[in-house]
Write a protein that binds this ligand. Structure first.
Ligand code: KIV
Ligand code: ZN
Length: 388
């Protein structure tokens, strides 16, 4: 594997599905899992098998049908969770067990009423037990974002010794700043024995809107796996959005980080997940929102019509969007109106355009958006006929 390849670990079906109201049935999960495999993700986190019989059978079925990606099941550092996950993954071509425990002061004190040493012991036992079923074992240090770096380094070293192949450093509460999260990964890279033999994974939540920035900071400092979801769905404010981290790496080649993702499938995949989960994508969502490639102010429209690159850093075709949209509103200028009119059959002279534009503004002031039907009406009102 190239040292610059960042593995994409998709947790839409596990962390993403924890969103209230987004429950999927097995059939829907299978369709999404197949799509994720086609998209080129490296790991599909299929679920939390011990959590319910339904989740167990979804993970089992997903493990059977995924052809290329590793299929992963989540567990707590609990023997029965691990045994059940191993059973669910038995048909996977590349099975991974994802086990772990909270490592921050508040998790140790309030969740476990325990001590740092006991938490390490439980983690080590879980990794060793998982290792008796599968070769590929990922360990998560839950709430690593708020865990003291020195202790986190000790945890990581113990898990590597126990056989972990991937170390997940979750910012579970979305608390870290990008510099802080990047520095955490750098600290682990520099202070944990054996760290270069395992993959460090970023798992960031979006409580402060920093999940994407934190994941990229982690990758810059040496993490080689990013855990994310389609449309950034997930607990509370969500997880890192897959489409965002992938396109950031894509758009900034000097970072020298790359992924296996077929970016041309991003838009369709986003719509598929949104539809199956009944969760709309916010219009201004980066990369896949309805307005991500829509231009409505006159100044921007004029620029984009002359050359797309004036106001677009991504070619929409790169992410599977057919073309940029020029949305006609009262803020639009003549260039946008002429452009849209031409698309639907009206080649206007300069003089005609002046008249049409006046009538257009009368319409536009009364409507949020002027659509093609309105343009036909405008032409009718001032007796302009289609020229082509
Ligand atoms: O946010 C988190 O810490 C998690 C772990 C269970 C990996 O989702
Ligand atoms: Zn999470």
């Amino acid at each position: 594997m190239s040292n610059n390849k960042v593995q994409i670990f998709d947790t839409t079906l596990r962390d993403g599905e924890q969103v209230p109201g987004c429950k999927l049935n097995t059939e829907q999960k299978l369709i999404i899992a197949e799509r994720l495999d086609l998209l080129g993700v490296d790991v599909v986190e299929a679920g939390f098998p011990v959590s319910s019989p339904g989740d167990f059978s979804s993970v089992t079925e997903i493990a059977r049908i995924v052809k290329n990606a590793t299929v992963c099941g989540l567990t707590r550092a609990v023997e029965n969770d691990i045994k059940v996950a191993a059973e669910a993954l038995v048909h996977a071509k590349r099975p991974r067990i994802h086990t772990g425990i909270g490592t921050s002061e508040s998790h140790i004190k309030y969740k476990f009423n325990s001590t740092q040493e006991k938490v390490i012991e439980r983690g080590v036992a879980a990794v060793k037990y998982a290792k008796s079923f599968v070769e590929d074992v990922e360990f998560y240090a839950e709430d690593a974002g708020r865990t003291d770096n020195e202790f986190l380094a000790r945890v990581c070293e113990a898990m590597i010794k126990a056989g972990a192949t991937v170390l997940n450093i979750p910012d579970t509460t979305g608390y870290c700043l990008p510099e802080e999260y990047g520095a955490k990964i750098k600290y682990l890279k520099e202070n944990v024995k054996g760290i270069d033999n395992v993959i460090i994974s970023c798992h960031c939540h979006n409580d402060l809107g920093l999940a994407t920035a934190n994941s990229i900071a982690g990758a810059i400092y040496g993490a080689r796996q990013i855990e994310c979801t389609i449309n950034g769905i997930g607990e509370r404010a969500g997880n890192t959005a897959l489409e965002e981290v992938v396109m950031i790496m894509n758009q900034h080649p000097y970072l020298d980080l790359n992924t296996n993702i077929n970016t041309k499938l991003l838009y369709d995949t986003s719509r598929m997940v949104s539809e199956k989960m009944g969760m709309a994508v916010q219009p201004n969502k980066a990369i896949v929102g309805a307005n991500a490639f829509a231009h409505s102010s006159g100044i921007h429209q004029d620029g984009v019509i002359k050359n797309r690159e004036t106001y677009e850093i991504i070619d929409p075709a790169e992410v599977g969007v057919t073309e940029s949209a020029i949305v006609l509103t009262a803020r639009s200028g003549r260039a946008a109106l002429a452009y849209r009119a031409k698309k639907i059959g009206y080649e206007l002279t300069k003089l005609q355009l002046d008249d049409v534009y006046k009538e257009f503004l009368n319409f536009a002031d009364k409507k949020k958006e002027v659509v093609d039907e309105d343009i036909h009406q405008i032409m009718k009102n001032i007796n302009v006929t289609a020229a082509i």
